[in-house]
Design a protein around this ligand. Structure first.
Ligand SMILES: *Cc1c(COP(=O)(O)O)cnc(C)c1O
Length: 393
């Protein structure tokens, strides 16, 4: 078929059954050893440092990785994808692909905490000058660029309270100064935020979250806009021994088929829940980018095609034991890390932890909520029951 397909169609038809004996899903190739045809082939392969075509060792990928990597690159509008064993290693691999001792890098203050810790503890020890910037800085980031600035790391919305960054403005500055931009696009997903078309050079995903979508495996993916950056990231992954496992890649490929319909439903549910939460007397504030009162909403509406199911609620100050009883009483919201699966989750956290530029006006507990695919009325009833512990007169 040569007609141009729309996204939902190309996700369903991301591989050709006739290329895999009629089976509609791609086979999973498991393996370390891959046999060469002859010495000629071995010698040719040794001359290709990126070992992209027909990988001849498990660590360089399998035909299963190829299906997923090309589908994701197509979705993001990039030239290629590198997979790693989890979202965090996709971040560390993409950073290590570009920085060396003596370089200065700018990292949003609102990034995922393990990203921040990697920069503070590992990159700093390797001689990289790490500077954090307020996520709302936009085009004024030009003031922070130095002679030795190598890259800008972004995450929009930020982890915790979802600060929206002006990605196009920051990327425009970066481009002017010849600085690489890497963006953690996990919240936005390849469907709701088109990172590369907004100017980002490298878009990173914790595929563990919505792409896999069923909380049953961990995978990272790095999509590059340009060949040269793709070669750098691919080389870094090979040097570091980073590679997504075939079984996890299979689950992520399967997840892509239903990503669009799942996200639409997560969005609908989360919007309903956010609006309900705002009406509760024990609630001081709800942070969810799709709410018109969310800081940076104008940029969100301008740049994003949708919102996922992750939001944060801040309660009015109350007794900690009562707050814990409320959380412990929930039956449908598991207390646990991660998000993006079919199930609802909560996790209490401290928004100020390791933050440099956050003016936090609240005194009460912050609770991150992942709104899953359960019936929204049941989810609300579960919270309603729990909120009796912390009810304000
Ligand atoms: C979860 C998460 C990651 C890390 O993904 P893992 O697969 O758990 O390593 C990275 N960035 C963001 C924004 C995340 O939420």
């Amino acid at each position: 078929m040569t007609r141009k397909k729309r996204i939902d169609t190309s996700l369903v038809h991301l591989c050709d059954p006739m290329e895999q004996r009629g089976f509609v899903n791609p086979p999973v190739y498991l393996g370390s050893t891959v046999i060469y045809r002859d010495v000629d082939e071995l010698e040719t392969m040794n001359q290709d440092p990126l070992r992209r075509k027909d990988p001849r060792y498990g660590r360089f990928g399998t035909p299963s990785s190829h299906t997923f990597e090309s589908a994701l690159a197509q979705l993001e509008g990039g030239v290629g994808t590198v997979t790693t064993n989890c979202g965090l290693s996709a971040i560390t691999t993409s950073l290590l692909a570009f920085v060396k001792a003596g370089d200065h890098i700018l990292v949003a203050d609102s990034v995922y905490l393990p990203t921040k810790i990697f920069c503070l503890e590992v990159l700093a020890d390797l001689g990289v000058y790490v500077e954090f910037y307020p996520p709302e800085i936009g085009g004024h980031i030009d003031r922070l660029i130095r002679q030795n600035t190598r890259l800008i790391f972004l995450e929009s919305p930020g982890s915790g309270i979802y600060e929206i960054q002006d990605v196009p403005a920051i990327c425009e500055v970066a481009k002017r100064f010849g600085v690489i931009t890497i963006l953690d696009n996990t919240w936005g997903t390849p469907l709701f935020f088109k990172a590369i078309s907004h100017g980002v050079n490298v878009s990173v995903h914790a595929a563990t979250k919505y792409i896999v979508g069923h909380a049953d495996s961990m995978l990272g993916a790095i999509v590059c806009k340009e060949e040269q950056d793709f070669a750098s990231v691919r080389k870094a992954a090979i040097r570091l021994g980073q590679n997504g496992s075939p079984n996890d890649i299979y689950l992520a490929t399967r997840g892509l088929r239903t990503l669009s319909v799942r996200l639409q439903h997560h969005q609908k549910q989360a919007t309903k829940l956010a609006q309900w939460l705002e009406q509760q007397s024990s609630v001081e504030r709800v942070y969810y980018p799709a709410l018109p009162e969310h800081p940076g909403y104008e940029i969100f509406i301008r740049d994003f095609k949708g919102a996922c199911g992750l939001l944060t609620v801040v309660f009015r100050p109350c007794d900690k034991a009562l707050m814990n009883s409320m959380i412990n009483s929930l039956e449908l919201f598991g207390l646990g890390h991660s998000w993006g699966g079919f199930e609802s989750l909560v996790v209490p956290f401290d928004p100020l932890y390791k933050r440099q530029y956050l003016n936090w006006p609240h005194k009460g507990q912050a609770l991150r909520i992942h709104v899953g695919l359960e019936d929204i009325n049941d989810l609300i009833a579960d919270l309603e029951h729990g909120f009796k512990y912390i009810a304000k007169p």
